[in-house]
Design a protein around this ligand. Structure first.
Ligand code: MTE
Length: 326
């Protein structure tokens, strides 16, 4: 039997969410009248979970979630909070994009369990006065850890609301001190095909790589997450350290980072290299600009199952719009 321990960040309304989710999905299925099984964009896994076929699977997800041990939980920074209910943790932890393991979102958590995230070292190099390679535990001791609740919007038009633990990217910049020539930051994920079956597929240019401008990296929202829901990141969310840029589509939020390089020129990025007509370097959430194959006007909250309007910069306009004026 699953015993759920209530933690500091849990809101009362979260406690009713699973039932709401269930009811919403049932209502949705009734509306479909069982005739719309081919509806474009409907995820097979989501349908299965609406049917209750995944209860068994869900109990397995909880076993992949780390126990809260020091330094977690960390103090919440109430400046970053969201009006929508938090996504139930088991839903967020069993619906992931992490192509190094599989393209099937609902199986990532299973395939990622064999991935070893300790020991882990992160190299910081390039246009910085103090290049360094740090063990993840040392890095965690040096950074002021906090918890922030952010919206997270995938380019595929699903979204969630989760409490990340970690530190502002700017704190890392203060530590390594970028030179005056640094204009961009390039980040790279691990390369370990022996533990990541998706990396055996050679049509992807592994390892995953992403980038930001220096101003974007220094923005107060840009966060390096090492935890989620009051404990360390489970592997499926990008353990032991991943980027979070909540005003951008989720593919910018590179997982399991091993290299952070400050550069003079704009770095290439994984998805814009692969499919330049569909994904660009900026990837700012914009409901008015459709993806070439679907609308970005609305999104499906994976916690509630509800479709809601997408907001400019994912609701973070006040923090970031100035970066893109002109
Ligand atoms: N990082 C790596 N290394 N590999 C990936 O496939 N997928 C991206 C991003 N970071 C991805 C990645 C995409 S498309 C999204 S939407 C988010 O991770 C998903 O994060 P989540 O699974 O924690 O919700």
């Amino acid at each position: 039997m699953l015993i759920k321990i209530k933690r500091g960040w849990e809101l009362d309304e979260r406690e009713v969410t699973p039932e709401e989710v269930y009811l919403n999905r049932r209502a949705f299925l009734r509306k479909l009248g069982w005739t719309g099984l081919g509806v474009a964009g409907l995820q097979a896994g989501w349908l299965a979970s609406a049917l209750g076929l995944q209860n068994k699977k869900k109990s397995g997800v909880w076993q992949t979630i780390p126990k809260p041990r020091p330094p977690y939980p960390v103090p919440r920074n109430t400046r970053y909070t969201v009006e929508r209910p938090l996504t139930p943790e088991d839903i967020a932890a069993s619906y992931n994009n992490f192509y190094e393991f599989t393209m099937e979102k609902e199986r990532v958590w299973q395939l990622a369990q064999q991935f070893e995230t300790h020991p882990w070292r992160v190299e910081i190099r390039g246009e910085v006065h103090k290049p360094m390679t740090l063990d993840i535990d040392t890095l965690l001791k040096q950074m002021p850890l906090e918890e922030r609740i952010y919206r997270h919007r995938c380019v595929e038009a699903w979204s969630m609301v989760v409490p990340w633990s970690g530190f502002a990217f700017k704190k890392l910049m203060d530590m390594v001190q970028p030179t005056s020539k640094a204009k961009y930051v390039r980040m790279v994920s691990f390369l370990r095909p022996s533990q990541a079956p998706g990396q055996k597929q050679r049509h992807y240019p592994w390892p995953y790589f992403e980038g930001l401008t220096l101003a974007e990296a220094a923005n107060e929202l840009t966060f390096l997450a090492t935890g989620i829901y009051g404990h360390a990141l489970p592997t499926q969310h990008g353990a032991p350290i991943r980027l979070v840029t909540p005003w951008k589509y989720g593919f910018k939020s590179i997982k399991s980072i091993v290299l952070i390089e400050f550069t003079r020129t704009q770095p290439r990025t994984f998805w814009s290299d692969l499919v330049p007509d569909e994904y660009d370097f900026w990837a700012n959430v914009n409901p008015k600009v459709p993806h070439p194959r679907w609308s970005q006007a609305t999104e499906r909250d994976i916690g509630t199952g509800k479709r809601i309007p997408t907001r400019m910069f994912n609701g973070y306009e006040a923090y970031v719009a100035h970066l893109y004026r002109g």
